[in-house]
Design a protein around this ligand. Structure first.
Ligand code: GLN
Length: 400
């Protein structure tokens, strides 16, 4: 009897096609081979000491018990003010803003609260790898459509754009949600105002909701503006806007973000949120709320990262990699098909393994952002790194 009790019963996986995320796998490989990790997206430099001081002060002031389920009012108020100031839309901090344990939880909770079994959800690939499993957990069907690519003279991808024709064809009465992401991970593409107008036109006479992943909202280059759904009343009325303090304040490990959505949608979001994480750690919320009073850190972030992007691109220009556009995010994609070595024929994931173990620089295969990997010989580097890290990585890449 005892023996049987110890046997774990068989069960069928809720996510049969899912393994460990590529970010975790590549970071582990980089650590094992002491490679410079330009794979997983996170900064290798410290966050603000002032921010740490504010969190520390909150802890010492005994702000360590459960905060309100929806997040502390001070933080929701500051988020509401920031969105209003930058994008013009007023979200009621009590009824329309919820503090989440980072962007990924905001996305999962959004999907769980509005997708029912059989509903279709459109994602635009390459797409962040949590979208599809979130939809599967809700019982929804993922409809993946690929970004359009623009090819350079050498026939290789230079940049991406929204596939409006395919998007419009994919919409039908079963479509419940469209997940969009700007600035876009992994391509660095940034939506333009015309893109938001186009999307609004497509959904305006439907019941389709939008999940807008804007976690890189403060990293937009070359004088482009971040096009939040909060700039567009018709879209704001049907959107869950997701953002992340981890990205903005160089604290990816803190896992604090927010979701802004009209009250009717927020009511449903919170029903799931309360039984998902219930609430998000208290002292970080207090520290971030105070830090948000100063708009400088987030307003200066684009210039800060643009300098890194430019430095990294300049160095990459002295390699045999072909550079793709990067208008936003802290990612730079490159094409490796012209390296003139046998490894240039490898598939993206094999190439990234080779680059990590043999060259000592970790990257992420863009194929990991597709269900049916279209192998385009494009990999993603993260340039949210100290100057010296980038110099060391470039040195290795220039030797190939
Ligand atoms: N968003 C980050 C990236 O794309 C990683 C997040 C994660 O590791 N889950 O690299």
């Amino acid at each position: 009897m005892k023996r049987f009790l110890q046997q774990t019963p068989e069960f069928s996986s809720r996510l049969p096609d899912v393994g460990t995320t590529v970010f975790t796998v590549m970071s582990a490989l980089a650590a094992k081979h002491q490679a410079i990790n330009l794979g997983q997206g996170y900064p290798d430099f410290p966050c603000s000491r002032e921010l740490i001081g504010l969190v520390n002060a909150a802890m010492l002031a005994d702000q360590n018990q459960y905060p309100p389920m929806i997040g502390i009012p001070e933080l929701r108020n500051e988020v509401s003010k920031k969105i209003k100031k930058l994008y013009g839309h007023s979200y009621d901090p009590d009824k329309e803003i919820t503090i989440t344990a980072g962007g990924t939880q905001g996305i999962l909770t959004t999907v769980l609260c509005c997708v029912s079994p059989g509903d279709e959800v459109i994602v635009i690939e390459p797409a962040y790898d949590s979208y599809r499993p979130s939809i599967e957990l809700a019982g929804g069907l993922t409809i993946g459509i690929s970004l359009e690519t623009r090819l350079g003279n050498n026939g290789r991808i230079v940049s991406y754009s929204i596939p409006w024709g395919k998007l419009s064809q994919a919409i039908n009465t079963k479509t419940r949600l469209i997940i969009i992401n700007t600035p876009h991970n992994p391509t660095g593409m940034v939506w333009k105002n015309a893109d938001l107008n186009h999307l609004a036109d497509l959904v305006k006479n439907t019941n389709i909701l939008i999940c807008s992943d804007e976690v890189y909202e403060h990293m937009v280059y070359d004088n482009l503006e971040h096009q939040s759904v909060a700039r567009h009343p018709l879209l704001a009325a049907r959107s869950f806007l997701i953002s992340s303090f981890g990205k903005t304040y160089h604290v990816t490990g803190w896992k604090v973000g927010y979701v802004a959505a009209p009250s009717m949608l927020t009511d449903e979001f919170r029903k799931v949120h309360q039984f998902n994480v219930f609430t998000v750690n208290t002292p970080m919320q207090h520290g971030i709320a105070k830090y948000l009073l100063n708009s400088k850190p987030y307003l200066e972030l684009s210039a800060f990262y643009q300098a890194k992007r430019d430095h990294f691109r300049l160095g990459l220009a002295n390699t045999k990699f072909n550079l793709l556009h990067s208008e936003g995010t802290y990612f730079q994609c490159v094409d490796y098909s012209n390296l003139g070595i046998p490894e240039a024929k490898l598939k993206e994931d094999e190439f990234c393994r080779w680059l990590t173990t043999e060259i000592g620089v970790a990257a992420i295969p863009v194929s990991a952002f597709y269900k049916e990997a279209i192998d385009s010989s494009v990999i993603r580097f993260c340039f949210a790194k100290q100057e010296q890290t980038l110099i060391n990585a470039l040195h290795k890449l220039q030797k190939i």
